[in-house]
Design a protein around this ligand. Structure first.
Ligand code: NAD
Length: 524
């Protein structure tokens, strides 16, 4: 890699933060569970990014020509490699993220499932479509739609799920026939590098997948060089990416932050709801875009629910785990994020909230925030308005289901949410939440239902991943209007004789009018 001038730092959700651990030419990747350096990697300059994109671009046409089955053949080899080498990849990812093993474990298997999902369904989603003309005037035409990929897709990804949020988009893009260049987060590049190296050297895959390293400047250079941008990260950075892509009219898909509400109705199974809230709020130390961050409980169930949630969260074991001593809650992956969480909790406590558990950083070594339940919160507090992205939930009492719904919808975000209650009652409420996906009597599970789209409403994003839109977005449609039979000229072409002048208008009127008089042109 060439060395270049890296950005002065990065930004994460919530506001300006300290610089990432980089010099202009290198990034030092740290283990958040210990604070110790793991590895130093070289930063890609804008020139190096452009060179990488040009190289994979040169190979894209052959990749596209392989067809859906040919590409699935290669992606199937990646699936097998991920399954065979998951321990190796998980070790690396655990080191760079500080996740507990159980939180890391689902990344390779999610990707394997996604490869099979798109490999077996791509023909239905992006295969050629035959369309029947809507009008008899087009009877001589054969109509077809073919889906051709954006040649090079650039993926910019965050640090919370280093493989799921990079390769998870690369898989449908590659299956669609695009070449892909990924810029992972500067905090967590190592697991991805391992997989991309394996694609090149162990699997021997076609040279249509690569990654480039660096902070915001490298990300910006990638936006300039590619034909489609898939961004996952904070809404703050998402706006910058979209503005930069606008300069070259490059289409974007943005998967941004969330402030997901959970509604607990009085008729819910409160044990299940409390266990779900504990896991949905603390999984991956709350560093999940679809974490449970706000909980609204109908008044009659409030005290019992809070007591159960508190009992469950108190049991959680936090720290660096190993096979002999598994833990439940791991480290904060980005040190910047811990400062944001700390600030939001301090703001809430200063405004009258109470912490039933946690409420502060855990003692070192490593970067940990204690699993925290806040009560006596309201929507004037940052912790109920801004994305927290840490192991913190705020719980509010709601007079009734309507008030819970109003509070749930009172957010600039709209990524996903959940409702717990009697099945039909909960489903009715779920249908009225303003967000891209709602789980009924479960949390986070929509991410694994790749059959249905997932994407943000409001300031949570633009576009969808998963389902048909998750692969179609990487394609451009090309409509083919093919003449099946024809004479030397069409009636609408030259010369405009007196007879032909009004012919097409009269024919069109005859076809489009819905009553006999108009069909015959007897009423003007
Ligand atoms: P971030 O926005 O700080 O960074 C995301 C990526 O953008 C990183 O690779 C970063 O280097 C790069 N970047 C920074 N500045 C850039 C610029 N000017 N141009 C181009 N690229 C730039 O986000 P983060 O802190 O890494 O991740 C946390 C955020 O991601 C949270 O807001 C979270 O909700 C969101 N997220 C969303 C989803 C989703 O699917 N909606 C999933 C996971 C995380």
């Amino acid at each position: 890699m060439e060395s270049g001038t890296a950005g002065t730092g990065t930004e994460t959700n919530g506001g300006p933060v300290a610089a990432a651990p980089v010099t202009p030419e290198t990034i030092e990747v740290l283990n958040p569970a210990t604070g110790q350096p793991i590895e130093t990697i070289a930063v890609d300059s804008p020139q190096s990014v452009a060179k990488t994109v040009a190289r994979v671009r040169a190979n894209q046409a052959d990749w596209e020509a392989m067809g859906i089955e040919g590409r699935y053949h290669w992606l199937g080899k990646l699936r097998d490699w991920l399954l065979d080498n998951s321990d190796r990849v998980l070790d690396t990812m655990q080191l760079e993220t500080g996740k507990v093993r159980a939180d890391a474990a689902n990344e390779p298997t999610y990707l394997a499932d996604l490869i099979n999902f798109y490999g077996t369904r791509a023909a239905g989603f992006i295969g050629e479509e035959s369309v029947r003309p809507h009008s008899p005037l087009l009877a001589s035409k054969k109509l077809r739609i073919q889906y051709r990929p954006h040649p090079v897709v650039g993926i910019i990804s965050p640090w919370n799920f280093p493989l799921v949020l990079s390769l998870g988009d690369a898989i449908p893009a590659l299956q669609a026939g695009a070449a892909v260049v990924i810029k992972p987060s500067e905090f967590t590049p190592l697991g991805l590098i391992e997989v991309v190296e394996a694609w090149k050297h162990e699997i021997g895959g076609p040279d249509v997948l690569d990654c480039v390293q660096g902070t915001g400047e490298t990300g910006g250079a990638l936006v300039d060089a590619v034909d489609y941008v898939q961004f996952t990260g904070s809404d703050r950075t998402g706006r910058k990416v979209m503005a930069r892509a606008a300069e070259t009219l490059t289409p974007v898909s943005l998967e941004l932050g969330g402030k997901d509400p959970m509604i607990v109705l009085a008729d819910a199974d409160l044990d299940r709801a409390a266990n779900a809230a504990a896991w949905g709020g603390m999984f991956n130390s709350g560093q999940v875009c679809i974490s449970v961050e706000r909980i609204y409980v109908e008044e009659p169930a409030y005290d019992e629910f809070v007591a159960k949630l508190q009992a469950e969260v108190r049991k959680l074991r936090q720290g660096a785990d190993d096979a002999r001593d598994p833990k439940d809650v791991g480290a904060m992956t980005s040190p910047n994020q811990t400062a944001i969480v700390e600030d939001q909790v301090a703001d809430a406590l200063a405004s009258g909230a109470r912490a039933l558990t946690g409420g502060k950083r855990a003692e070192g070594p490593g970067d940990y925030f204690e699993p925290t339940i806040l009560v006596d919160v309201d929507h004037s507090m940052k912790v109920m308005r801004d994305e927290t992205f840490g192991p913190v939930v705020g719980v509010m009492k709601a007079r009734d289901a309507e008030e819970a719904l109003r509070l749930a919808n009172d957010s600039r975000y709209g990524l996903s949410g959940s409702v717990f209650g009697e099945k039909e009652h909960a489903e009715q409420i779920a249908r009225r939440i303003e967000c891209g996906a709602v789980n009924v009597n479960d949390v986070l599970v929509n991410y694994f239902a790749s059959d249905v789209p997932m994407g943000g409403w409001k300031e949570s994003g633009i576009g969808y991943r998963h389902g048909e839109p998750g692969i179609k977005k990487f394609c451009r449609s090309e409509s083919l209007v093919i003449t099946r039979f024809a004479g030397k000229r069409e009636p609408t072409w030259y010369p405009y004789t007196r007879g032909r002048r009004g012919l097409i208008g009269r024919l069109s009127q005859a076809v489009n009018a819905r009553d006999l008089k108009r069909r015959l042109g007897l009423r003007r």
